[in-house]
Each structure stands twice: as structure tokens, then as C-alpha cells.
Design a protein around this ligand. Structure first.
Ligand SMILES: C[S@@+](CC[C@H](N)C(=O)[O-])C[C@H]1O[C@@H](n2cnc3c(N)ncnc32)[C@H](O)[C@@H]1O
Length: 243
């Protein structure tokens, strides 16, 4: 089934997920570019449109799980051998240790209880790679000038890294490694404005009334004056836990 071009999955792919970015940043930074035996059983928790599941399924046995039917529809439309399953990260429909590796990329901050999510992942997978934002280290940019509530909203949602390490240990993993990965995100200014209009991160849907409209209008006036291209520093923190 083709991806609905006006649906949320297509919008997500347009503003969040270039295959090149996945190949050049996300997979190597997660330690998943090399070193996985063919046939490794992978669970991609909160797989979205399958931006990681799809390339990984070329050599591994991948199950992507998400609670959003629309995102799964987008993932299934990509013609990958990965299996895509509707489900909630609070309770997986899988037996203990079904998977060699679980991924949780930009997902734990969306769960009502990230510790419970980590426990459930530990029940089903031998090891995990988590990608998250360390809010203590986040670099502010024009988005913070435009939307004063942005940083605070994410501070309240993203788990602190020490708390995440504790959650991994409490779930039974003894080896926990933390690796920040830095990248420069750059595009034309109109492309960046298009990403903002499409609310490329869920934070932009959580702003107080009126703040999105005011901030967008400010960015639309200000950024073209600053230049034809827009770039900012982005650090993703990877937490890898194993027994
Ligand atoms: C920011 S997206 C990340 C998607 C994907 N991991 C990626 O990196 O492209 C977060 C995804 O988590 C899913 N999600 C949020 N809460 C969930 C839950 N409780 N159980 C399963 N999936 C969830 C959302 O539907 C969304 O597709």
C-alpha cells in the first residue's frame, strides 16, 4: 500500500527522515552500521515510518512496533521485509528474550513512564540502544528565540541521562554506555521554515495557545534576513545497555 501523500506518515518522512541522514548519522551513531550478524532479531520500539527498521531489515530480522496506525501504514508502504506491529511500548505482545537487540530512537520521552518502558524492553531483548536528547547539553538556536516555551517543554519530557542509566541497571543490564553524537543540521532557510510549519518535532504541538503562530511569523520574517541557509548544532545521546 502506498503512503498517503497528505497523511502524517508522509509529513514525518518529509521533515524528519532522509534516508541519507539515516545512513550517514543515525545508523553509525547507534553502532548499527556494522557488526550485526545477518539474521540478528531486532525490535524497533516506536518505529514510526520505519526509517531505521527498513534499512536494517536488509540484513536482519526486524519487527517494528508503534502505537500509531498512520505511521505503521507509512512503514508498511515501503515494501520492506520488516514486520510492523501495532502495539504499546508499555506492554509488548512478545515472549521474554524474543529479540537480540531493541532500539528505542526518540521514543522514551513520549511514554508516560519511561522506566516501565525500559523494564518491558529488558524483558523482551538481550540488549538495547536508546537514542534521546540530553537536555543538560542541548544547544539552543533560533527555534528557542521563536518559541520561548520550547526548551522547558522538552526538559519536562526527556529523561535525565543519569535516571536513564539507573533505569537500565534496575532493569537488569549491567553494562551501560553513554555516547553523545554531534551533528550539524543544515538546509536552505525555506526548507527549515517548511519543517517548522509541519511541526517537525512534537514539541511544536505542545506550545501554549498562540505561541506557535507568533513564533512562526517571527521566524518567517527573521531567518531570510539572516541568510539563505539555516544551520544548528544537534546532539543525540545514545545509551547502549547489555548484560
Ligand atoms: C519521534 S517518533 C520516532 C520514530 C522512529 N523511532 C524514528 O526515529 O524515526 C516517535 C514514535 O513513537 C511512537 N510512540 C509514542 N508513544 C508510543 C507508545 N506508548 N508505544 C508505541 N509507540 C509509541 C509514535 O507513534 C511515533 O511514531
Amino acid at each position: 500500500m502506498a503512503v498517503n501523500p497528505s497523511g502524517p506518515a508522509a509529513a514525518y518522512d518529509r521533515v524528519r527522515s532522509s534516508p541519507r541522514e539515516v545512513r550517514e548519522f543515525w545508523l553509525p551513531a547507534a553502532g548499527l552500521e556494522t557488526g550485526l550478524e545477518p539474521g540478528t532479531r531486532i525490535l524497533d520500539v516506536g518505529c514510526g515510518t520505519g526509517r531505521l527498521s527498513v534499512p536494517l531489515a536488509a540484513r536482519c530480522s526486524v519487527v517494528g512496533l508503534d502505537r500509531s496506525r498512520e505511521m505503521l501504514e507509512g512503514a508498511r508502504g515501503k515494501g520492506s521485509p520488516a514486520a510492523f506491529v501495532l502495539g504499546d511500548a508499555g506492554r509488548f505482545p512478545f515472549r521474554d528474550r524474543t529479540f537480540d537487540v531493541a532500539l528505542a530512537v526518540m521514543v522514551l520521552h513520549l511514554l508516560p513512564d519511561f522506566r516501565a518502558g525500559v523494564r518491558e524492553i529488558a524483558r523482551c531483548a538481550v540488549r538495547v540502544v536508546i537514542a534521546t536528547i540530553d537536555m543538560e547539553a542541548r544547544t539552543k538556536h533560533a527555534i528557542d528565540e521563536a518559541f520561548p516555551s520550547f526548551h522547558g517543554i522538552d526538559e519536562a519530557r526527556f529523561p535525565r541521562i543519569p535516571a536513564l542509566i539507573d533505569a537500565c541497571r534496575d532493569a537488569g543490564w549491567t553494562r551501560v554506555e553513554v555516547r553523545p553524537a554531534h551533528r550539524r543540521v543544515e538546509s536552505s532557510t525555506p526548507e527549515f521554515l517548511d519543517r517548522v510549519r509541519s511541526r517537525y518535532v512534537s514539541t511544536l504541538a505542545l506550545l501554549p495557545p498562540g505561541e506557535f503562530e507568533r513564533g512562526l511569523a517571527w521566524l518567517e520574517g527573521e531567518l531570510p534576513r539572516r541568510g539563505e541557509r539555516y544551520a544548528y548544532d544537534h546532539t543525540v545521546t545514545f545509551v547502549a545497555a547489555s548484560r
